[in-house]
Design a protein around this ligand. Structure first.
Ligand code: ASP
Length: 441
């Protein structure tokens, strides 16, 4: 029998997880059962993915830079990457703002719904912690993000998944220095990191064998942890506008892939789909990163020299889905609470959402922290912030899942564009977990 493709297995796991979660809502003690006995499987999977993120960035970026053999090529790739990331993010925010202004989802929300949402969520610890985190981030100076990017202890940076940009910084410096000591002296290190890179990618293959079960657990848990269905329904129009925007963003990527890279966009979507499905299930582009890298390199054919830089940087600074959501959410909250927005305020949203998406961590719910900063930038009264966030909190998790798919797809698309522009988009070279199994079993 032909083996079922991975994305089908994951999809089946997701549907069964959703169905199981719904079923357990009607069983007494079902919710607790899912939380205590099913959810840990998902948590273990996410931890496994995060476990290999730092070694993967280290090995693959060093391999990528040392394979380039030329520092100017690296500079070229770097500049193009940042330029295209800014470009796609501005497109995303513009799509979000256009939709929310035309469809006006905030104007139909009744006072009663606002009161109910405020009562349920305004003092919720989730909402309050997002506001506190945003205040903490805002207090730092404008160049703090650059200061934060430079580690003062390489080992400590590698011990902390949050310090991904610091690890990237150290690794680039390391890789460039390896080029500068000459091929002969660098050979032992190069061999070591090449081999480490192969090992870590094999670990991704092994971990992915458990993905169908893990997504089952993750989605069952999302269902049993979701809020009051009435409140979810009240926010349907708002959620619909965000989802419509995200779909349009995927259409934009499809157009770019077919017109610029001249590849079949449906093939692209199929090959990248396991990463998208994991992004949806985990709500974290950082956790998905190892899978995104594996898919883009082995199944799409982007050279490591490009993907090893573009994808880890993209996971932390390029969040098209998140910035689109921030644009829609900010205007929706303003509409619902009767806060007038001028054209100037809308332009401020473009700028702050752009900076916010660069500053957002690639973890679940991070987009909402930055939304607070966007709201403050357009002069939204501080005392109403909690009410504003309460309005959208009920649907944040499902929207987070959807926007993370777009974040990951955006990174993959940009890596193809950069690869194409520097002649590094080649043929796929698929490796399976059991390629050498016969020799060692
Ligand atoms: N969860 C998103 C990500 O990891 C960030 C966000 O929008 O909250 O990409």
């Amino acid at each position: 029998m032909k083996k079922l493709a991975l994305h089908w297995k994951i999809l089946i796991g997701m549907f069964l997880g959703l169905a199981f979660g719904f079923g357990m809502m009607f069983v007494s003690g079902g919710k607790e059962f899912v939380v205590d006995w099913i959810n840990p499987l998902g948590t273990i999977f996410v931890k496994l993915l995060k476990l290999i993120a730092i070694p993967l960035i280290l090995a693959s970026l060093i391999k990528g830079i040392s394979d380039l053999k030329d520092i100017s090529k690296f500079r070229d790739i770097g500049l193009r990457t940042i330029g295209i990331y800014v470009f796609t993010t501005v497109i995303a925010i513009t799509i979000g703002l256009l939709l929310v202004n035309v469809l006006q989802p905030g104007n139909g929300v009744s006072d009663e719904t606002i009161a109910k949402l405020t009562e349920t969520y305004a003092s919720d610890s989730g909402v309050q912690s997002k506001i506190a985190e945003a205040t903490r981030q805002k207090e730092s100076g404008p160049l703090q993000f650059l200061v934060d990017m430079v580690p003062d202890n390489a080992i400590k940076a590698m011990g902390e998944n949050k310090s991904m940009l610091q690890v990237i910084f150290f690794t680039i410096l390391f890789g460039i220095s390896m080029l500068l000591i000459g091929e002969k002296s660098a050979a032992p290190l190069k061999n070591f990191f090449d081999s480490l890179n192969d090992v870590v990618l094999k670990m991704v293959d092994l971990i992915m064998l458990t993905a169908p079960v893990a997504v089952f657990a993750l989605l069952a848990n999302v269902v049993v942890s979701s809020g009051d269905p009435d409140l979810l329904l009240a926010l349907l129009k708002y959620a619909g506008v965000v989802v419509l925007g995200l779909v349009l963003m995927i259409v934009f990527y499809v157009i770019v892939v077919s017109s610029y890279t001249k590849k079949n966009p449906f093939w692209f979507l199929k090959e990248i789909s396991p990463a998208q499905l994991l992004a949806f299930s985990t709500s974290s582009s950082a956790a998905t990163l190892p899978v995104t890298m594996e898919r883009v390199e082995e199944h799409i054919g982007v050279d490591k020299e490009v993907s090893s830089f573009v994808l880890p940087v993209g996971a932390t600074i390029n969040m098209d889905g998140t910035s689109l959501y921030q644009g829609v959410a900010a205007v929706f909250i303003a509409q619902a609470l009767g806060h007038d927005l001028t054209l100037g305020s809308q332009l401020t949203i473009v700028l702050t959402a752009l900076l916010a998406s660069i500053g957002s961590a690639a973890v679940p719910g991070a987009g909402m922290v930055m939304l607070v900063i966007v709201l403050e930038a357009i002069g939204f009264p501080a005392d109403k912030l909690a009410i504003g966030l309460a309005l959208i909190f009920a649907v944040d998790r499902p929207l987070d899942m959807c926007r993370t798919v777009v974040n990951v797809t955006g990174d993959a698309t940009v890596s193809m564009m950069v690869a194409k522009s520097v002649g590094k988009l080649g043929k796929p070279k698929v490796k399976d977990w059991d390629d050498h199994y016969e020799e060692v079993k």
